[in-house]
Design a protein around this ligand. Structure first.
Ligand code: XMP
Length: 514
């Protein structure tokens, strides 16, 4: 059986980072809501438990509690921030409530040797990142203070006999200089875990599991979108069940230049699978004629997609399963509704696939973060152009042609967007940014070309940095890259005489313009 760390989520914004750090160390980790009981956690057979931070104050009436049973499972426990305060409070320590939060960097001084600090220079303070209100004044019986800062006497504490460790700071965030080393110490020195979470072990396992889950006779249908997630799902399923997988790719006429054909060609060349490439450009464009409202566009596209998918799926042999590229962050968000982690995300998957079809869901990527999907894709031998492809919205270019969608306006946008992609790749920026694309604005502006006055379209460039699309900032591209993009668009795309760069962050703006 493979190693596993269970993270109990008390609502911190950075709980996901703990899971990522643990996985980056080669150890599988899962996040569970803080209402998960010790009995449930025991059934998961964890090798260690990490209690996350959280916004509550242990004294508050409805603050989440610690199930003491976690401490009796015989596995090491690490409490972080609120997790530390819970440990202190539950085990008989003393806490002080505070009106103000300590937020930002602090210098941690090691006051006692501790396996968490192994390999670190005990004489040198370690820069850590704090974000807390309450603090532990006296550790519970059996605990020793293992580190302090100028303002916090109990910055870390440990009960080595029971293998319970706690830190007030956040070792999982990048700004804690030795955070990764401390987490490694917890996993490998304290919990003696063997790192066995690799993408090739993942591929072997899910392929085997899916083959069993689907059974020897049943068929699966999978909607391809042109993005990496659904492509990886299709390849994994093809490995598991071969020709009993049926892929449907609907070209809605709102794709980037060559985007659909590239994935379809790749799959056709490398895998002997059933793939139906449905040409439905006209049908979508007809339905979208005259529509300007973005939400109406989304609805029309969603409904038309479902109708077509339904029609095509009905032509298949008896299909029992629908494959989807759901990722771990979506799974956590649906879990968190039960706990205090108020993660807000307007989620827009191709989603809402026909309930009426009565299909069971198969979601092979539901354990993975986006960067892990990329690793799986690389492991499966997919080309870089698919592995590193930027996320692309389901409604496609329809929400990047502001205002009315026509074949002509789509064509202008597609040509401009192609230049953005080419120049980002050429300059080496494509892989550094989260998303980069062109938007066609619904206005015209005056320009001068040669001896004549022009009155033409404006293209906005939207290029952003992000880790999960929930927040984003505009990418600080070098001026020469921006200049090349701008002059190429104006020179090469007929009908455009101006290019603007969007310098808004999300929030308050969004990544897409519609
Ligand atoms: P926003 O614009 O909400 O975008 O900041 C966040 C991320 O979601 C993508 N996006 C969509 N994806 N259907 C999708 O499948 C949609 O309607 C949609 N709208 C936005 C966007 O590209 C970004 O990655």
């Amino acid at each position: 059986m493979s190693s596993k760390v269970i993270i109990i989520d008390y609502g911190s914004q950075v709980t996901q980072l703990i899971a990522r750090r643990v996985r980056e160390a080669g150890v599988y980790s899962e996040i569970h809501s803080c209402i998960t009981t010790a009995a449930q956690v025991k059934a998961m057979q964890p090798d260690a438990i990490i209690l996350s931070g959280g916004p509550a104050s242990v004294g508050e009436a409805d603050a989440p509690h610690l199930d003491k049973g976690f401490l009796e499972l015989g596995v090491p426990v690490l409490g972080i921030c609120y997790g530390m305060q819970l440990l202190a409070n539950t085990l008989g320590g003393e806490l002080a409530q505070s009106e103000t939060r300590e937020y930002g960097p602090a210098d941690l001084c090691f006051s006692k040797p501790c396996p968490l600090w192994e390999g670190l220079d005990a004489a040198k303070p370690s820069r850590v990142w704090m974000s807390h209100g309450d603090k532990v004044m006296t550790p519970p019986p059996g605990f020793a203070i293992t580190a302090s800062t100028a303002t916090l006497q109990v910055a870390a504490m440990a009960d080595e006999a029971r293998k319970i460790y706690a830190v007030q700071f956040h070792p999982e965030v990048h700004h804690s200089a030795d955070g990764v080393a401390m987490l490694h110490n917890f996993l490998f020195r304290i919990a003696n875990i063997t790192p066995d979470w690799t993408m090739s072990s993942f591929v072997d396992r899910v392929v085997k599991e899916m083959a069993e889950q689907v059974g020897p006779e049943q068929h699966v249908v999978c909607a391809l979108s042109g993005g990496i997630d659904s492509t990886v799902v299709a390849v994994l399923l093809h490995k598991a069940i071969g020709k009993r997988l049926h892929c449907i790719f609907v070209d809605n006429g709102l794709l980037r230049m060559n985007e659909g054909t590239e994935v379809v060609n790749y799959l056709r060349e490398h895998f002997d699978l059933n793939l139906n490439f449905v040409q439905a450009q006209r049908r979508f464009l007809d339905k979208l004629a005259g529509i300007e409202d973005p939400e109406k566009k989304r609805k029309i596209i969603g409904h038309t997609f479902i109708d077509i998918f339904d029609e095509e799926a009905k032509k298949l042999p008896d299909v029992a399963w629908l494959a989807q590229g759901t990722l771990y962050p979506d799974v956590i968000e649906s879990i968190s509704h039960k706990g205090p982690s108020a993660v807000i995300k307007s989620h827009h998957n191709v989603g809402g696939l026909p309930d009426t079809m009565n299909l069971k869901l198969i979601e092979p990527l539901r354990e993975l973060f986006k960067d892990e999907v990329r690793k799986v894709a690389a492991e499966l031998g997919m080309p870089d152009s698919i592995v590193w492809r930027h996320p692309f919205p389901g409604p496609g270019l329809a929400i990047r042609v502001l205002g009315e969608i026509t074949a002509v306006r789509l064509d202008i946008l597609r040509r401009a967007d192609k230049i953005v992609q080419e120049e980002l790749k050429e300059s080496g920026w494509y892989r550094k940014v989260w998303q980069g694309f062109a938007v066609l604005l619904p206005i015209k502006t005056v320009g001068v070309m040669g001896d004549g006055r022009t009155y033409d379209h404006v293209i906005a460039l939207r290029i952003v940095d992000s880790v999960d699309a929930m927040t984003a900032d505009w990418s600080r591209l070098p001026y020469d890259v921006l200049e090349r993009i701008s002059s190429r668009i104006i020179n090469e795309v007929k009908g455009v005489n101006r290019v603007a760069y969007d310098i808004s962050s999300k929030p308050p703006s969004t990544i897409e313009w519609e």
